[in-house]
Design a protein around this ligand. Structure first.
Ligand code: FES
Length: 107
């Protein structure tokens, strides 16, 4: 199991656990975490799973693929260096404890 913390706009952290191999989007959806709409179901075509990766974790993730990078141009909240799409973040043991901020625009 891999733990992921979703930081709400008020700073509260909702921590969930999912099997390795699931995406961070699935971790949120399966556990009813608010702030991830995932309208396209993880097909990298909606940008409603936008998250801000905690700065301590940014460089521990692989860079976005071209389709994720393109879709990050369509987020409702500003795109920042730590912006990622949660559906494209595949969880594994090395990411246990990952912290992802949720943009206020997704509430
Ligand atoms: Fe649609 Fe991630 S769920 S882009």
């Amino acid at each position: 199991m891999v733990k992921v913390g979703f930081v709400q706009p008020d700073g509260a952290v909702v921590t969930v656990e999912v099997d390795a191999g699931k995406s961070a989007m699935e971790a949120a959806i399966f556990n009813d975490v608010r702030g991830i709409a995932a309208e396209c179901g993880g097909l990298c075509s909606c940008a409603t799973c936008h998250v801000y990766v905690d700065p301590a974790w940014v460089d521990r993730l692989p860079p976005p693929a071209a389709d994720e990078d393109d879709m990050l141009g369509f987020t409702a909240a500003p795109r920042l260096r730590m912006s990622r799409l949660a559906c494209q973040l595949r969880l594994h043991a090395g990411l246990d404890g990952l912290l992802l901020g949720l943009p206020p625009t997704q509430f």
